[in-house]
Structure formats: C-alpha cells, structure tokens
Design a protein around this ligand. Sequence first.
Ligand code: DGP
Length: 121
Amino acid sequence: MSETIFTKIINREIPADILYEDDISLAFSDINPQAPVHFLVIPKKPIATINDITEADRELVGHLYLVAAQVAREKGVAEDGYRVVMNCGEKAGQSVFHIHLHVLAGKPLGWPPYTDKMKQA
Ligand code: DGP
C-alpha cells in the first residue's frame, strides 16, 4: 500500500494533535472538524480500506473501538453520545486510504447522515 498522510503523522513527520497512542494505534484530532469533538483513531498498520481488513486484523479492529471509547470518555462526551464512522471507498467519502474511525460528538448529530441532494445522485 502506498504511504498516506497518516503514516507521516504516525512517524511524526508532520504534526498532529495526538490524543492517545499505543503500540498498535493512534488517535488524533481531525484537521477539518465536522463537530465540536472530532478525532480519528487509526491502526499503525497501514490498511487501505475496510475491504482490505483480513482475519489477522480482527483484534486490531476491535482495539480501535476500545480506543475510540476511551478517548471519548477522556473528552467528556461518552455519556451524552458520539458517532463512530468508518468510510469505505471514494463514494462513501473516504479521502485518506488508511483506515480510520471518525469519532464525532458535542452537538446533535443528524440521522440519516445524507442529504436530499445526495439521495437524487
Ligand atoms: P475520510 O474522508 O473518511 O477519508 O477522512 C479523512 C479525514 O482525515 C478528514 O476528516 C480530514 C482528516 N485529515 C486529512 N489530512 C489530515 C492531516 O494532515 N491531519 C489531520 N489531523 N487530519 C487530517
């Protein structure tokens, strides 16, 4: 897999507001927040999309959710509620091809997460 901007964040080649790190994962604030709290949780292993997750990644993917919940608690949004999203592929809005959970909170979040304009497309 070709290197993405997230590999550069993992390797500290570009700065990020890092919220959590361990041997296999990293959480950091999204550069373009869509809610008052918006952070990303990524594996250090570069996996391009959900379609590229294998059986060997089963534990790793579960770990990302545990990190999401832990950082949400630390941010004080766990009780009020938050949304966890992973986009898969360009049509779903994926722009960085290194899997990442988006964690969004701090305002009422609309559902379903698409607009009438998108429904016509
Ligand atoms: P997606 O569109 O689902 O692939 O989400 C990619 C997210 O990554 C998007 O919300 C913006 C964020 N992002 C892209 N480049 C950077 C960066 O250099 N730093 C940080 N902190 N976030 C980034």
